[in-house]
Design a protein around this ligand. Structure first.
Ligand code: ARG
Length: 464
């Protein structure tokens, strides 16, 4: 009986209006849930048998049948049927076709509402693990480049104006710091998704003597959800995950933007490998950083996904409402977008060739060591505000003359402030200026090396 009419059953005489069926169907996207749906159903059937709700033979037939259906659907031997609305009903209908009566017992003590909530949590957990791998891949690429460029100096910027010299490694590791937090946020979202909703039924649990904990354990969940209405009615785990994804994508967009800038003739700091650039259909000389631009541009859809999810769930009465089906596509899109971007970012970073000489030369212009002059005076007992004034005055003097601070003779410095002595020259060497910033979080060589060691050790401890 439970043929193609699926969940509508005998309550209805005819099928859905075709336009309604098209809008109602989720099979076009929720087929991604297939492996999770099958895993959830096998765990459920085995529990039903252990509880004496179905026979052991039926449970075995169901498990084998589900595996075969999944294989054949994946291989394209079986077609997805739009009329069957979603992945859950496609799988169940195919199972019944395959094994007959036993298949009709699978949905005992279960609803599609707790089923889809379970599948989505399993999906979120698996996606989070893949994204964490992807993030660690990008981090490995960053830290490898950082190790290569410990001694590459470059201007650090504020307001996109040259500000103070730093190490390229330090700049690269700023992205590692962002991605490390993104990783933490994704792991945290996965931890909260890690509860089994099965047993919540349509909304109010079940009268049948099931064992929720057993199913949870079989599926590797850390525990069970604590309120049936909430378990079928919320998707906050997806919202959290997508929020973390959107923020990771924000970070990739900043990296993408810097690469776009740095590859311009104006900056000329880096070349992106050809495998990550495209040409122009019109201008033969062009090598465009399209992929870096896409790292920047893809952020829009992930933020959009988060806004969509928040908007769909906002104001929904308890418990399940079909609106919740609309939380699936933004979740998949955000996951797939970030996953793809991480893979590209990793390869692109590996492919980067920095113009070390050009970066170094950019420090020598623009009075980047002005702060050093002020700090020097502070070490001679001058109040910082006064020292800052003096350094500012000297910058003005040098700029007016078209020279750099290091080119001002000592007696001119002394004429502006008597605390200047011969040792000030050492303070105006950018390499020494960087190494004087010897504090945790700073760009000094030993600090950056220690940070590289710390990150490498953390990455080695997490599986590749
Ligand atoms: N495809 C549905 C979804 O994603 C499955 C749950 C349907 N439940 C229902 N009561 N119509 O939400």
């Amino acid at each position: 009986m439970s043929g193609p009419k699926g969940a509508r059953g005998r309550r209805f005489e005819g099928g859905l209006d075709p336009a309604a069926a098209a809008l109602n169907a989720s099979i076009g996207f929720d087929r991604r849930l297939l492996p999770h749906d099958v895993a959830g159903s096998i765990a459920h059937a085995e529990m039903l048998a252990a509880q004496g709700l179905i026979s052991a033979e039926d449970a075995a037939a169901i498990a084998a049948g589900l595996r075969s259906v999944a294989e054949r659907l994946t291989a394209g031997e079986l077609a997805w049927d739009e009329a069957l609305e979603d992945v859950h009903m496609n799988v169940e209908a195919r199972l019944i076709e395959e094994i007959g009566d036993a298949g009709r017992r699978l949905h005992t003590a279960r609803s599609r509402n707790d089923q889809v909530a379970t599948d989505l949590r399993l999906y979120a957990r698996a996606a989070a693990a893949r994204l964490i791998d992807g993030i660690d891949g990008v981090r490995r690429a960053l830290v490898t480049q950082a190790r290569t460029h410990v001694d590459t100096l470059m201007p650090g910027y504020t307001h996109l104006q040259r500000a103070q010299p730093v190490r390229l490694a330090h700049h690269l590791l700023a992205y590692d710091a962002m991605l490390e937090r993104d990783r933490g946020r994704i792991a945290d979202a996965a931890r909260r998704a890690d509860r089994s909703p099965l047993g919540s039924g349509a909304l109010a649990g079940t009268t049948l003597p099931i064992d929720r904990a057993r199913v949870a354990e079989a599926l590797g969940f850390a525990g069970v959800t604590r309120n049936s209405l909430d378990a079928v009615g919320d998707r906050d785990f997806a919202i959290e995950l997508v929020a973390a994804i959107a923020l990771a994508q924000v970070h990739l967009s900043r990296l993408g933007e810097e690469l776009v800038l740095w590859t311009t003739a104006e900056f000329g700091f880096v070349r992106i490998g050809e495998a990550y650039c495209s040409g122009s259909s019109l201008m033969p000389q062009k090598m465009n950083p399209d992929l870096a631009e896409l790292l920047r541009g893809k952020v829009g859809r992930t933020i959009g996904a988060w806004v969509t999810l928040m908007t769909v769930v906002k104001g929904l009465p308890l418990a399940y409402n079909k609106d919740l089906q609309e939380t699936q596509e933004p979740l998949y899109d955000a996951v797939e977008t970030l996953e793809a971007c991480l893979a590209v970012a990793r390869g692109m970073i590996d492919s980067l060739e920095f113009d070390v000489a050009r970066m170094r030369a950019a420090i020598d212009e623009g009075h980047l060591v002005a702060t050093e002059l002020a700090d020097y005076l502070v070490t001679r007992g001058v109040a910082f505000r006064e020292a800052h004034d003096v350094a500012g005055h000297l910058v003005r003097l040098a700029a007016g003359r078209g020279v750099e601070l290091a080119q001002l003779p000592l007696d001119e410095l002394r004429a502006v402030h008597p605390a200047f002595a011969a040792d000030v020259a050492g303070w105006l060497d950018p390499a020494r200026a960087v190494d004087r910033r010897d504090l945790v979080g700073g760009p000094a060589r030993n600090q950056v090396l220690a940070e590289i060691d710390r990150i490498e050790a953390a990455l080695a401890a997490s599986p590749v």
